[in-house]
Design a protein around this ligand. Structure first.
Ligand SMILES: [Zn+2]
Length: 222
């Protein structure tokens, strides 16, 4: 049981719980609670709670004011709203989602040795981002770039490969970007740079249902 990808059986429910019963197979993600009266919470976007969501690990619980200890706890008490239904048989999910969504996926990487991994993950193509000729081939090609690099890395490399009006979304890096960003391609191509955190509870449930009930995405990649 990793710290924030908890899969458990319900051992007990509170008197007001209606969606789950004892013995149900359920999951808990990164969050276990939020305020719930701010604008973000009211829109079902608890991960952006203005007071900060209570995370599953290393947060201060809103009710008992103790530190949350993640999936390494023997038991965990979570408000019903933050509990997800887990389809039976669903283990960890691999990134086969793109295939099932019918999306054409290209992996940007610096290491040619990743080709086999990229194929296994379901990527249709791979581009070596340090190879200028390969990068030129993908100019204006992508509708969306999901930028998962967890350290400062040159975003300027990727902006030309976005097409008109499209967006690069940062999901894994929380600090100052280096080197300085050049806005020429953004302005000329009406391109966007955005950020995104984890999904909200409804989105997470939709993803689990998609994987488990509809597509049987259960494979684990190690
Ligand atoms: Zn809130």
């Amino acid at each position: 049981v990793p710290g924030h990808e908890i899969i458990v059986r319900v051992v007990n429910i509170g008197p007001d719980v209606t969606r789950f019963k004892q013995g149900d197979h359920v999951g808990v993600g990164c969050m276990v609670d939020s305020c719930p009266h701010c604008a973000a919470c009211k829109h079902g976007l608890e991960q952006y709670c203005e007071e900060g969501p209570t995370y599953t690990y290393s947060s201060i619980d809103r009710i008992d004011h103790m530190t949350t200890f993640s999936g390494h706890s023997e038991k965990i008490i979570v408000p019903e709203k933050f509990v997800l239904r887990i389809p039976e048989g669903l283990g960890h999910m691999a990134i086969k989602l793109s295939e099932d969504l019918g999306v054409d996926v290209t992996l940007f990487t610096r290491s040619p040795g990743k080709e086999q991994d990229a194929r296994l993950l379901g990527a249709d193509n791979m581009v070596i981002c340090t190879d200028a000729s390969q990068m030129t081939v993908v100019n204006n090609k992508f509708d969306l770039i999901i930028y998962t690099v967890p350290y400062a890395h040159d975003l300027n490399l990727y902006m030309p490969s976005l097409s008109l009006n499209d967006t690069l979304v940062l999901v894994g890096f929380l600090s100052n970007l280096e080197p300085i960003l050049n806005t020429t391609t953004w302005v000329r191509g009406r391109k966007l740079v955005a950020g995104s955190s984890i999904g909200d509870i409804a989105e997470t449930q939709e993803l689990l249902d998609f994987c488990g009930y509809k597509h049987g995405i259960t494979q684990i990649l190690s």
